[in-house]
Design a protein around this ligand. Structure first.
Ligand SMILES: CC(C)(COP(=O)(O)OP(=O)(O)OC[C@H]1O[C@@H](n2cnc3c(N)ncnc32)[C@H](O)[C@@H]1OP(=O)(O)O)[C@@H](O)C(=O)NCCC(=O)NCCS
Length: 328
């Protein structure tokens, strides 16, 4: 009997802007300090895209690197999913621009908006296509140019976010390695805890602009608590479903929003700190891009080996949250 088809991450790519904005730079912009930002968030610096650089511009080099790493030609792609809260435009989608720039097959291409959970939602969707037999190779990208959504005079939010992109190619394989399972969740009751308030319900007009509704607004404290609880709960949920204990996990690669959130999740789950990959120090919160960037760096640093059990866990505006369990 042949083994079941699984989706395996066969290639990864990374692209972050060159421009670095440090906490000391922010001290000159708002009333804050390196000490406050470091102790409250773990962030030291973040990358900022130059004016005129869009999410597809950041995504393209990451996508090309992931395809080359996977040994998959753009013409062999069956689907392109771009997880982003900062698309180039409302439409055409960033995924369509990527399809054009990659000279990919005329495969399906769509943007996926689940805020910071976008990459895990994207992997979950791609995995379903592959398991159903309707795709063999799928490009999943997380790409964000968040700096235009940030009010750079508001210290509550401007210290937290950054720009960047990461990409993964998922391919259909037989055998034990690949995505074991994913769980995704949402609760719109929390919608006003973390939002960018403009859209069809609140179109950009003079008053919405003056009210800064087009910028990220957040209830930091409340968001923090829900993030810790939901990321802990969804991890327990997926592990219990598969009879796995936290000890069995070789590496957790979580959404990088705040080091204190990650430490609290680790403590809740009883996992040692060395099993949680953290790079928020260098990039801040790049929303849908944090997990593919972190996964890329974890592999590059030798923190993930063939056969390892890796858990991705995300949380974001909506609220949305989810986890993906992978046998590498
Ligand atoms: C935003 C966050 C870092 C704030 O940390 P906190 O410990 O909750 O701090 P508080 O909100 O209680 O604020 C404490 C004080 O610091 C001040 N403060 C806020 N931002 C500041 C900054 N950048 N620099 C200096 N002081 C700041 C506040 O005004 C407040 O002052 P007050 O006590 O005089 O009113 C934290 O709540 C957080 O990380 N939340 C989750 C955010 C997140 O990850 N969102 C994305 C999820 S995908």
């Amino acid at each position: 009997m042949s083994s079941p088809i699984r989706s395996k991450i066969t290639g990864m790519g990374l692209n972050v802007p060159k421009k670095v904005l440090t906490n000391h730079d922010l001290e000159k912009m708002v009333e804050t300090s390196d000490e406050w930002i470091t102790t409250r968030t773990g962030i030291k610096e973040r990358r900022i895209a130059d004016d005129g650089v869009s999410s597809s511009d950041l995504a393209l080099p990451a996508a090309l690197e992931a395809l080359e790493d996977a040994g998959v030609r753009p013409s062999e792609l069956d689907l392109i999913i771009c997880a982003t809260s900062t698309p180039d435009r409302m439409f055409p989608t960033t995924a369509c621009i990527l399809q054009r720039e990659l000279k990919a097959a005329q495969c399906g291409a769509f943007d996926l908006l689940a805020a910071c959970s976008g990459f895990v939602y994207g992997l979950t969707t791609a995995d379903s296509f592959i398991r159903a037999g309707s795709a063999k190779n799928i490009l999943v990208v997380g790409s964000e140019v968040l700096n235009h959504l940030i009010d750079w005079t508001n210290r509550d939010t401007c210290v937290l976010f950054g720009d960047g992109a990461g990409a993964a190619v998922l391919s259909a394989v037989e055998g034990e390695s690949g995505i074991i399972d994913s769980r995704i969740h949402a609760n719109g009751e929390y919608s006003d805890f973390l939002m960018v308030g403009t859209g069809s319900a609140n179109p950009i007009k003079q008053d919405t602009f003056e009210n800064k509704d087009h910028y990220v607004k957040m209830k930091g404290n409340q968001t923090f608590k829900v993030a810790v609880n939901t990321m802990s709960d969804v991890t327990r949920e997926i592990l219990e479903k598969h009879g796995i204990t936290p000890d069995d996990i070789d590496l957790i690669v979580p959404h990088q929003a705040n080091i204190r959130i990650l430490n609290a999740v680790g403590k809740n789950l009883g996992v040692s700190e060395d099993k949680v990959f953290i790079n928020v120090r260098k990039y801040g919160n790049t929303s849908a891009a944090t997990i593919p960037i972190a996964l890329y760096e974890a592999r590059a640093e030798g923190r993930i080996k063939d056969g390892d059990l890796v858990l991705l866990v995300a949380f974001g505006g909506g609220f949305t949250w989810g986890a993906t369990l992978i046998r590498w």
